[in-house]
Ligand binder design. Structure first.
Ligand code: AMP
Ligand code: GLY
Length: 426
């Protein structure tokens, strides 16, 4: 069987790595892939990113099914294109992907279906936005309406920061009505968790819970990033909180999409804030898995992922029970010099030699890496470079195992956090 995975990050490496463990796999193509997917057994990169060309490739190569990693191709309609050619693909349609691609769409949707979230207002006028901020006070949160790779959010602790964010996102002409919109919302405090499920349009299959570390520096300081590390499971999601998230957020979301005539298929990721009383509120929806959350989730998945996807295409996810490793998985992201601003590329990476055959060993998932087959050299080619994932009995042990593995890896300008998992350990 041949499968196609679309994307080039650590998330896609982890998905492809897991798929490749199934029996009867001839080849997992990754488009366009990275240095890790270029070298793993049974994986092969194909240098195609255009949606129509990908559909043609899938048809010509008789790909059994396609899995889409990142949001951009989903928001551009890759699922609609594949389905119009009768090709199996796991992901939401362009319309359904608006849950992530438009924060305004998501907020209005949540309000309509009584899904708990921060109160909010939508603006395209600088002065109106500023008046609202002055009325509400700080802390307050300003969000770009469109896709911004996790970087379009300013959590303003002061009024000045909030007003500056409005100028930054809408421009500082106070009277102009922009074509662009921003969402201003209530600041929520508590502990965040990533709650990811698979949906087949009818049924919902929750995956293992996880928690991400969005800030660049230890102690949750520094710039917001795509994610600097993660672990699974997230202890903050107790069985009771889990049941509430399913009942109050996930089920109304999937049913709500169906009611609105936009049935949801694919991964659905709710970023939730859980307050000290265990009340969950939705921070955001993503129409994909999280990165680096996926790397820790795949490391714990014992079931055959190919079978899970097959069941989803038959709308039988209600019959699937995924078996998870009882241990904790913890992943540390190694990022390049100057990430998340303008990352430097082209640095030689040393010390990455893992074997994906040994399920006990730490696994190094690649993201922004490039493999040169001639000199067998691996170099940096993006912002987040690698994610080193280890399992352990408890977060503390997983953390120790993962950091021990990080010690073997180096490249110029390498940045990483030294406190991944601290909330769960505390
Ligand atoms: P988002 O892209 O909406 O997930 O926002 C990125 C990050 O900003 C989240 O992971 C949170 O850490 C933070 N954030 C977003 N919305 C809020 C909010 N309403 N209150 C507090 N923090 C928030
Ligand atoms: N790690 C956060 C995300 O993928 O959105």
């Amino acid at each position: 069987m041949k499968i196609l995975v679309v994307g080039n990050g650590g998330r896609e490496h982890a998905i492809a790595w897991k798929l490749a463990q199934a029996e009867n796999i001839q080849k997992i193509y990754v488009a366009p892939g990275n240095g890790g997917t270029a070298t793993d057994k049974r994986l092969e990169n194909i240098n195609i990113t255009d949606i129509q060309e990908l559909a043609k490739f899938a048809a010509d190569e008789q790909i059994a099914f396609t899995v889409v990693g990142p949001e951009a191709p989903l928001a551009s309609g890759i699922v609609d294109e594949f389905r119009s050619k009768n090709l199996l693909i796991f992901g939401p349609t362009k319309k359904a992907a608006q849950l992530e691609s438009s924060k305004a769409f998501a907020k209005i949707f949540m309000q309509r279906h009584n899904i708990p979230t921060a109160y909010y207002a939508i603006f395209n006028n600088n002065q109106d936005a500023k008046d609202y901020i002055l009325e509400k006070g700080a802390p307050i949160v300003i969000k770009d309406d469109g896709l911004a790779a996790g970087k379009g959010v300013v959590v303003a602790m002061t009024i000045t920061e909030a007003l500056d964010a409005v100028d930054l996102m809408l421009g500082n002409d106070s009277n102009k009505n922009n074509s662009k919109q921003i969402v201003i919302e209530e600041y929520l405090s508590g502990e965040e968790a990533s709650f990811i499920v698979m949906a087949d349009g009818k049924n919902i299959l929750p995956l293992a819970t996880s928690q991400d570390h969005k800030r660049l520096k230890d102690g949750d300081l520094g710039s917001n990033t795509g994610g600097m590390g993660a672990y699974s499971p997230a202890p903050v999601v107790t069985p009771k909180v889990h049941a509430r998230i399913m009942r109050e957020i996930i089920e109304p979301a999937v049913k709500g999409m169906e009611k609105d005539g936009i049935p949801y298929t694919g991964f659905l990721y709710a970023g939730v804030m859980i307050d000290e009383n265990g009340n969950p509120k939705t921070l955001e929806f993503n129409c994909r898995m999280g990165d680096p959350e996926t790397q820790t989730i795949m490391a714990r998945m014992k079931s055959n992922l190919v079978d899970v996807f097959k069941m989803s295409f038959e709308q039988k996810l209600n019959l699937v029970n995924i078996e998870w490793d009882r241990r904790c998985a913890l992943g540390i992201v190694l990022a390049s010099h100057n990430y998340p601003n303008t990352p430097r590329i082209g640095d030689k990476i040393n010390g990455v030699n893992y074997t994906s055959e040994n399920s006990e060993a730490p696994v190094v998932f690649h993201a922004g890496t490039k493999y040169n087959a001639e000199n067998k050299e691996l170099t940096t080619s993006g912002g987040r470079i690698l994610c080193v994932v280890a399992l352990g009995d408890g977060v503390k042990q997983a953390k120790k195992n993962a950091y021990d593995a990080v010690n073997n890896i180096s490249f110029d300008g390498m940045q990483f956090r030294t406190d991944i998992g601290y909330r769960a350990i505390k």
